[in-house]
Design a protein around this ligand. Structure first.
Ligand code: C2E
Ligand code: MG
Ligand code: MG
Length: 272
């Protein structure tokens, strides 16, 4: 029955073999499942933040941290965002997760005044909400945290998908005094063209260009170009997914300012 509906949706006059991953009724069910799991995790306070260092390339010291959300399931297992963020983005629950993360990160900054800045990830679904920058502002005020200690990462593809909202969101955040970083930079097809409109302070070069940097001439060419454009526009660069010494050496040679990756440090639950 599901195969027949798949064939009809594919334009009729064709056939389909039943494939569970194409079965939208099953898909709907797992999605509903996630919706409830996310709600329960929020209600029962089972989201946690881990923190990974962003290191200066020259001294290797940590300049700031990136907060990465995890869900603790009822059995006590830690679920990585890849398990629940895509579902949350489809259902819209990501907005509640992002708000939880904003509050948790700002509370952490308030509790530990000596911590370096913390960067949080905000999804596209959240920043098309015009109230979000106001929420960030009032939460910073509530906890008496200086805005300069909070950084916001937006994925480049999300920013490009909604250029008007991103422009005003980035402008509001910068006026407030937060630093804005374009995450996963370079995967968007017309990244450079849109940079004129996005006043972000930092470009985080997508791991896709970094993972294999030491063995790929093409990736080296791309990273060099991104660094040059960033410099010309007065922006800093971060390389993510720095996995070994050779990659770090190359990233340094290519003039990248900061590096993040398992070679330097793993995400951890407690920082000081
Ligand atoms: P991202 O923002 O690009 O974060 C970097 C991801 O790469 C993290 O995965 C980090 O653990 C991983 N990583 C760092 N260094 C290395 C390395 O050397 N090798 C490899 N293989 N991986 C490395 P994680 O924590 O699983 O997060 C995945 C994605 O989920 C994030 O990508 C971000 O897009 C999203 N995410 C995480 N936390 C949040 C959040 O609080 N809110 C939202 N909206 N999205 C989040
Ligand atoms: Mg990020
Ligand atoms: Mg990234």
């Amino acid at each position: 029955d599901a195969a027949m509906y798949q064939a009809k949706r594919a334009g009729k006059n064709c056939w389909r073999v039943y494939r569970p991953e194409l079965d939208e009724s099953a898909h709907m069910l797992t999605q509903l499942g996630w919706n409830e799991k996310i709600q329960a995790a929020l209600d029962e306070d089972r989201l946690v933040l881990h923190f990974q260092g962003i290191h200066a390339v020259d001294t290797r010291s940590i300049c700031h941290y990136e907060a990465l959300v995890r869900m603790v399931d009822p059995e006590g297992n830690l679920l990585l965002p890849g398990n629940f963020i895509p579902a949350a983005e489809r259902t819209g629950r990501i907005v509640d997760i992002d708000r939880w993360v904003i509050r948790a990160a700002i509370r952490k900054l308030a509790e530990q005044p000596a911590l370096p800045p913390i960067a949080i990830n905000v999804s596209a679904r959240s920043f098309d909400d015009p109230d979000l920058s106001r929420t960030i502002r009032s939460t910073l005020e509530e906890f008496a945290v200086t805005p300069a200690r909070l950084m916001i990462e937006l994925t480049e593809t999300a920013a490009l998908a909604n250029i008007r909202d991103s422009e005003s969101f980035i402008r509001d955040l910068r006026q407030l005094g937060c630093t804005v970083c374009l995450d996963d930079f370079g995967v968007g097809f017309s990244s450079f063209a849109y940079l004129k409109h996005l006043s972000a302070n930092v470009l985080k070069i997508d791991g896709m260009f970094v993972r294999n940097l030491a063995n790929s001439h093409e990736d080296q060419v791309f990273v060099r170009a991104i660094v040059e454009v960033a410099r010309g526009l007065g922006k800093k660069t971060v390389a993510e997914f720095v996995g070994d010494a050779a990659t770090l050496a190359l990233v340094a040679e290519l003039g990248v300012d900061y590096a993040q990756g398992y070679f330097l440090s793993f995400p951890i639950a407690e920082i000081s």
